[in-house]
Design a protein around this ligand. Structure first.
Ligand code: ZN
Length: 160
């Protein structure tokens, strides 16, 4: 993920007790075995945000993804979702896993998921196969954002 986009997503992570979770879509393209993240969406007004959950409800996310699809001559697509957690090193909740499975089932393809914590991050790939859907943790990163941006780019989606 390019650093400016990564910083935009990270700006929603906060340790303060007042803050609520944030999230959005990950948009990008497949380049051979790699993915290139080209854009993300940020929370819109109709999303439901609380301290411990983020529900992407605003139709503006899908509208933006459709816009990027058209503007890029059908190369940039909806790759997955990101959201923040009020944890140092985040892990997916059972609600996260459930909603991701739903998303993979609806889209019938692999999708990427990133959770941003205050000190570490979680990145995973949900895999759609003919026999069913399984979510698999592709990498667990705790470290600075430069490290993660490199790691995310080197995910080989064909080998997972
Ligand atoms: Zn979550």
């Amino acid at each position: 993920m390019p650093l400016p986009l990564w910083k935009r997503a990270n700006s929603f992570v906060s340790c303060s007790g007042q803050s609520t979770e944030a999230g959005g879509l990950i948009i990008g393209k497949f380049r051979g075995p790699h993915i290139e993240v080209t854009d993300i969406t940020e929370p819109f007004t109709s999303d439901i945000r609380s301290r411990f959950s983020f529900v992407r409800k605003d139709p503006e996310h899908a509208r933006h993804a459709a816009y990027r699809w058209k503007a890029s001559d059908k190369t940039e697509t909806f790759l997955g979702e990101w959201h923040t957690h009020p944890e140092t090193v985040p892990h997916p909740s059972s609600i996260d896993l459930k909603s991701w499975r739903k998303l993979i089932t609806a889209n019938q393809r692999n999708m990427f998921f990133i959770i941003l914590g205050t000190e570490g991050h979680w990145g995973g790939l949900g895999i759609a196969t003919k026999i069913g859907i399984r979510a698999k943790q592709a990498l667990l990163v705790s470290g600075n954002s430069d490290q993660l941006s490199t790691d995310m780019l080197s995910i080989n989606h064909k080998n997972l």
